[in-house]
Design a protein around this ligand. Structure first.
Ligand SMILES: CC(C)(COP(=O)(O)OP(=O)(O)OC[C@H]1O[C@@H](n2cnc3c(N)ncnc32)[C@H](O)[C@@H]1OP(=O)(O)O)[C@@H](O)C(=O)NCCC(=O)NCCS
Length: 189
């Protein structure tokens, strides 16, 4: 299948990463508020490495975390995308949806708008049967986005994230899912 390099929503271009995105991306990932539900903010080097891994995911799978650009002012505001879950859990193998936006662009509906577009790509173009999302229990803003795009909590799937240290308060994760049938229902009411 042709790689899906770009998507578009009403207000956003979802595009490939440019080297010029690094300063804004690194600033976002160094912001303690943005990274509140992650073990630690990222250094500039770690952010650069993360862009490298996202590019690698596109190269391997033909989809990934698209860089988000506002159409109204061209600003890079974060990323949203689909990813092959990179660890083993009872719900894997699976494709996940995820997002991270810079703080000044929160509360404007951009995350839900991009997530909706990525989810549609997953079902329409990638022909997935199901998409999962997960986050640490306390991350309610992220869970709101999951709910906004029609995902459902699956409490039986809640898990301890294997990449977070045992005993760490962020280790307990909630699992959300949406099947192709559920997605079609949200479309057609
Ligand atoms: C998770 C995250 C992306 C959510 O961002 P967000 O801006 O709250 O999410 P949305 O873009 O969907 O905005 C929704 C809010 O904008 C409001 N809004 C304003 N204009 C809107 C519009 N045109 N359409 C939809 N919502 C709109 C909504 O009322 C909603 O408010 P609510 O939260 O009170 O319901 C953001 O908090 C973030 O980047 N967090 C840090 C990274 C992170 O934790 N990522 C997830 C890891 S699993």
């Amino acid at each position: 299948m042709e790689p899906i390099l770009e998507l578009e929503s009403a207000r956003l271009l979802m595009r490939q990463w440019r080297d010029e995105d690094l300063p804004a991306f690194a600033a976002m990932c160094a912001d303690p508020q943005v990274m509140r539900y992650f073990p630690a903010p990222l250094s500039r080097l770690e952010s650069a490495a993360l862009i490298g891994r996202i590019r690698g995911h596109f190269a391997e799978h033909g989809f990934g975390g698209w860089a988000l650009e506002r159409k109204d002012n061209g600003a890079f505001i974060g990323f949203t995308g689909l990813g092959v879950v990179g660890f083993e859990a009872p719900f894997t193998p699976a494709t996940e949806i995820g997002w991270r936006l810079a703080r000044e662009h929160w509360g404007l509906g951009y995350a839900s708008e991009a997530a909706w577009t990525a989810l549609r790509c997953g079902f329409d173009r990638l022909q997935l049967d199901q998409v999962v999302a997960f986050t640490t229990e306390a991350n309610l803003p992220s869970q709101k986005v999951m709910q906004a795009i029609g995902m459902h909590p699956d409490p039986a799937g809640d898990f301890q994230h294997p990449n977070v240290q045992a005993g760490h308060p962020l280790r307990s994760h909630v699992l959300y899912r949406i099947t192709r049938e559920q997605w079609l229902e949200t479309l057609h009411g």
